[in-house]
Ligand binder design. Sequence first.
Ligand SMILES: NC(=O)c1ccc[n+]([C@@H]2O[C@H](COP(=O)([O-])OP(=O)(O)OC[C@H]3O[C@@H](n4cnc5c(N)ncnc54)[C@H](O)[C@@H]3O)[C@@H](O)[C@H]2O)c1
Length: 437
Amino acid sequence: MRRPASIAPPKGKLGVLTPGMGAVSTTFISGVELVRTGAALPIGSLTQLSTIRLGKRTDGRSPLIQEFVPLAKLDQLSFGGWDIFPDTAYEAARKAGVLEPHHLEKVKGLLNGIRPMKAAFDRKYVKKLDGAHVKKGKNKYELAEQIKEDIREFKKKSGADRLVMVWCGSTEIFLTPHAVHADPAKFEKAMKENHAAIAPSMLYAWAAVTSGVPFANGAPNLTVDIPAMHELAREHNVPICGKDFKTGQTLLKTILAPGFKARMLGLNGWFSTNILGNRDGEVLDDPESFKTKEESKLGVLEYILQPQLYPQLYGKMHHKVRINYYPPRGDNKEGWDNIDIFGWLGYPMQIKVDFLCRDSILAAPIVLDLVLFLDLAQRAGMRGIQEWLSFYFKSPMCAPQLYPEHDLFIQLMKLKNTLRWMMGEDLITHLGNEYYD
Ligand SMILES: NC(=O)c1ccc[n+]([C@@H]2O[C@H](COP(=O)([O-])OP(=O)(O)OC[C@H]3O[C@@H](n4cnc5c(N)ncnc54)[C@H](O)[C@@H]3O)[C@@H](O)[C@H]2O)c1
């Protein structure tokens, strides 16, 4: 990929579309509104809070990322989306139970004005949910065309100059790549034939990409991670990324595991279990949706620890992940990790992590950053898979010949170096020998 010759300025409104307007989506929208009215801080968001060092350590140049690269401002964002339930964003946020009334009341005006559009939905792919606010069509292609019409209509009504779409819908059943995903023509034919390998989330992705709208996938579904979509994204000059927001337990895993490996400590096993009681938890109570999530969560350790390179340390590691639907906890999940490590001469040690986390509170700033970075990437002419956004995902998308990078610290370095590269600044390698001449 060539360095962008120039980056178009972020003029006008940026419309954010989320298929799925549940806990994550409404917590994100409410948060943006609270931040822009000065009622809260955008904690957890790199685009809003992080600085980036430029040049030598002695130069003292560390601007905020948002001052370094031309990002859209929060005031320029407007919101829309789809859901299988007709609730306004306010009603959905209340039901999700993430934010407290003193926050929700402040954003009631905005949220009440956001009504989801009818969803492209099929219970076959999300067995635990059923809603009547859904589109009707002869086949999947027709449904996807209806989504394209929704996109055009939203753009007109909201007066947005540009759009970004982030899948915040439920986790669908586990699908593996199929021959019909191989190229755009096969994909289109399969939509017309109602092929089972085409999940609803793919219809949104297809509609977005072929409308020139950048797409991020917050769930572990295949969705935009198939050759047909990669090709369409290049053809339509659209940046895409996914999969599955890296929030609670997996975030901690990708913080801790690189540390063990850095110090050449061994790992015998990692047992992770969760209780959560939100709608996401209910959906994941279905074994087929859980399988999609499990695959996404399991890959992380293999890639970080590289047992093939370090058989004595990681060759026998046992990794288990459990998710238990437990309604009393709502969105405030609790995740336990038991980590069996070993040190010098093989002596065993144990680490226990008990993370009382808030899923959507961790996910909302990710949605915001993805929206702003994908919009930046598009204005910079960057198309196809945006591997530099791996930082935000449990199963980062990457070129087919590569393995994904899961180490949070390498991901962060890649993200910041990509921003430096986009702006023509020197990359930071941390070599630092120039200080000792
Ligand atoms: N919260 C987190 O920390 C986190 C982390 C990683 C991934 N995720 C993923 O993000 C997604 C959203 O999570 P959430 O907690 O907001 O879940 P949620 O259940 O509160 O919201 C998802 C919404 O999507 C809707 N939906 C389902 N299928 C749809 C379709 N085809 N079209 C339109 N709407 C559809 C549902 O009706 C629901 O309202 C889930 O897939 C979840 O696995 C969440």
